[in-house]
Design a protein around this ligand. Sequence first.
Ligand code: SF4
Length: 339
Amino acid sequence: MPEPLTVLDTLRRPMRDLRVSVTDRCNFRCVYCMPKEVFGRDHAFLPRAEILDFEEIERVVRASVALGVRKVRLTGGEPLVRRGIEKLVAMLRSVDGIEDLTLTTNASLLADRAQVLADAGLDRVTVSLDAVDDATFQSMNDVGFPVARVLDGIAAADAAGLGPVKVNAVIRRGLNEHAIVDLAEHFRGSGTTVRFIEYMDVGHSNGWRLDDVVPAAEIAAAIDARWPIEAVDPSYRGEVARRYRYRDGAGEIGVISSVTQPFCGDCTRARLSADGQVYTCLFATGGHDLRAVLRSGATDAELVEAMRVVWSGRDDRYSELRTLETVNLPKVEMSFIGG
Ligand code: SF4
C-alpha cells in the first residue's frame, strides 16, 4: 500500500477517523437526538437516489485512507436498518490501511446480526444504552424498546468476537442521572466499558439547555463515591473519552466531556453523511458536497484531492468556542452524521 499523504488542518490536526453515516433513518426516537416532535411520521428522510451506494462509500473511504484515515466507524441514524450493511462491511474490510473497522448501534437488531457482521470483517461495536431500567430507557428512546433486547445484542456481539463492547450513555439531568451508578454497576467486571457522554447541543432540535448537562466531573465523582476510580492516560491522540479504572480491578469507565472539558485540539474526526456531504465537526452548520464529485465522473485522484482541500482548510473547534449564542446555530442534526 502506498505511503498515505498526511494532510493536516489549519490547527495541525491529522485526519485519522472517518465516521460514515449510512442512513439518516432510525427505529428509535431518542429525545436528545431525534425527538418525535421533529422526526414524526411526516418527516422527510433522504430519498434513495440521494443516498450514496456502497460502491460510492467505498471510494470515499479509500480516498480518506490515502489521506491518513486509519479508523472507520459506521453510523446512522441506526446503521443496521440499512439493508445489506454486512456487504458494505466486507467491501470496506478489503480496503488496505484500515486498522479499526467499527460500528455504533442502538443494538435493537444486533442479536440477530452480530455473527454476520463479524463474519464480514467488522472489528468491534459500540452500543448506545442510556439506562438499565426499562422505565428510564424507554422514556429516553421514546419507542418503548426494552433494555433486555439491547443486552441480548451486547451478549451476541461478545459471542461473535465483536468485543470488548463499549457502551455509550448520554446523561441528561432530570432524565437519567440516577442511571450513572446503575450502568456502572451493571457492567463492572464484565469487560464492557461504559462511556458517559455529557448532553450536547447537537443539531437544533433537542431544546438543549446548559442546566440539563451533568458535568463529567460530577459523573466521575458519583462513581468514585461508590467504587474508587483513578485516571488512566489516553492510549492515542484524539481518544475521545477520558478514561478511569476501578482501583479494585473491575475494569474501566470513560467520560466524554465536550461541554465542560472540550477536546477539539486533538480532534482528528471527519464525518460523511448518507447523502455524501463531508462534515468537519459534529456541530457544523454545513458540509462539503462529495457526492457531486463522485457522480461527476471524478477519478480517484480527484476525489483524494477534493477531500484534501476540505480537510486542509478545516479550522473547527466548536466546543472550545461554544457560547449561548452558538447553541442556536442551525447545526446539522446528529442523526444525520452519526455522532
Ligand atoms: S466540537 Fe468539533 S472540532 Fe471539537 S472535538 Fe467535537 S467534532 Fe471535533
